[in-house]
Ligand binder design. Structure first.
Ligand code: SF4
Ligand code: SF4
Length: 388
């Protein structure tokens, strides 16, 4: 008999996922379980699965119910598209590890303004210089949880997101990928690397790439030229551009794609047209006019744009309504579709916060004193709008 399937509550990740950073079945929940096998035994996941299977919205999944309630997609709704490829009809409740967020560790060569000591060792160093050794007590450099991950059953693995830190600096995680290759499961597994694009692809990874179904490199680009160097602190724009070109040349197999991710914050909201133009010059059909090319690569998911919700001092919450009006003017003048960002400017959760605005200037002062980077020099348009 085919079991009932509730698309309004069912979640593929609840039955298929494990996040080795969040120690839970997905990247929007939090747990303390060391691998999928432990997760599978936990009474909490049994209860959640039971709810989702029977059309009940479990409260622990509020991070998905919230965007869904305002008509947006959620991690859960996105996951539904993988059911068909991975589960035979009627077998939607069979728990197996199919999706893994593989935490490569927190070593990172950058200290991007919107990131933190929790994710980057360079940020941790900065936090220690700023707040003293207490920062090192709260956050420690993390490594890949190899002993637990190597015990996993990868026979049905379908997708892996390699996260960091900077994964191309944290190579312990390659032991997991090499095991998947050795066990003969790589041909049904897609890998996505979330990378800052400042480092070459290591030989050890190049060697195993052809074994996988496909491998994607999602490169973060939050600015162009000086705006890139301010937001992606400690990175050099020209070296980044050279390295991205080098990475693309390093690939000889045809199972690799490059994607670009733009994290939208108040720092780059006035730079989006420039960033999108740069991305469209790298990928997409170069015979198309630029605006059509941007629309095409966005529609194909090759350029992803996410508006940050924290840290609050770099969100759109620092903008007063007059400042938002000026940002709106800039966005409306863009040749590209900026409706998502325009909607975000109007959203209730991006309402002006005086505290966040005050903290913004504290961060700006800190960045200038520690990194020698002044907002007026690196982001002059933003400075003009925001400077009191
Ligand atoms: S519904 Fe959302 S929060 Fe719940 S398990 Fe699925 S992805 Fe995670
Ligand atoms: S590259 Fe990634 S991990 Fe490193 S500081 Fe930037 S956002 Fe954080």
């Amino acid at each position: 008999m085919i079991e009932p399937y509730n698309p309004d509550t069912y979640c593929w990740y609840a039955f298929s996922g494990y996040d080795s950073n969040h120690k839970w079945c997905c990247c929007v929940g939090l747990g303390d379980l060391q691998n999928f096998q432990q997760l599978n035994q936990s009474p909490r996941i049994q209860e959640i699965r039971h709810h989702l299977k029977n059309g009940i919205k479990h409260p622990d999944c509020w991070r998905c119910w919230h965007p869904e309630s305002i008509g947006e997609s959620s991690t859960r709704t996105v996951s539904l598209k993988w059911i068909q490829d991975t589960m035979p009809q009627g077998n939607y409740y069979d728990p197996k590890l199919r999706a893994l967020w593989l935490d490569s560790g927190t070593v990172c060569n950058l200290s991007c303004r919107t990131c933190s000591a929790m994710w980057s060792s360079t940020h941790l160093r900065e936090a220690k210089d700023r707040h003293g050794s207490a920062a090192g007590v709260v956050y420690k450099i993390q490594k890949t949880d190899l002993p637990y991950l190597l015990e996993e059953d990868f026979s049905e693995i379908y997708q892996i997101f390699v996260i960091g830190g900077e994964p191309l600096l944290n190579l312990d995680h390659l032991n997991v990928l090499e095991k998947i290759v050795a066990d003969g499961h790589a041909h049904h597994c897609r890998i996505t690397y979330l990378t800052n694009g400042t480092l070459p692809i290591p030989d050890r990874l190049l060697k195993i790439i052809p074994e996988f179904k496909d491998v994607n490199f999602m490169v973060s680009v939050d600015g162009v030229g000086p705006s890139f160097e301010y937001t992606r602190t400690k990175a050099n724009w020209n070296k980044f551009v050279e390295n991205v070109q080098h990475m693309r040349k390093q690939i000889t197999s045809n199972n690799v794609l490059f994607f670009f991710n733009i994290t939208i914050s108040v720092l780059n909201v006035l730079k989006l047209t420039e960033i999108m133009t740069w991305v469209a010059e790298q990928i997409g059909d170069q015979s198309l006019p630029i605006a059509e090319r941007v629309a095409q690569i966005k529609a194909m998911g090759h350029m992803d744009m996410t508006t940050i919700v924290g840290p609050s001092y770099y969100t759109l919450n620092v903008l007063t309504s007059e400042q938002k009006a000026q940002v709106r003017e800039y966005l409306k003048a863009s040749p590209y579709d900026m409706s998502n960002v325009l909607n975000a400017l109007d959203a209730e959760n991006y309402r002006y916060s005086e505290i966040a605005a005050q903290q913004f200037w504290e961060e700006v002062a800190w960045t200038e004193s520690y990194h020698g980077m002044s907002l007026a020099d690196y982001l002059p348009e933003l400075y003009r709008i925001l400077h009191p």
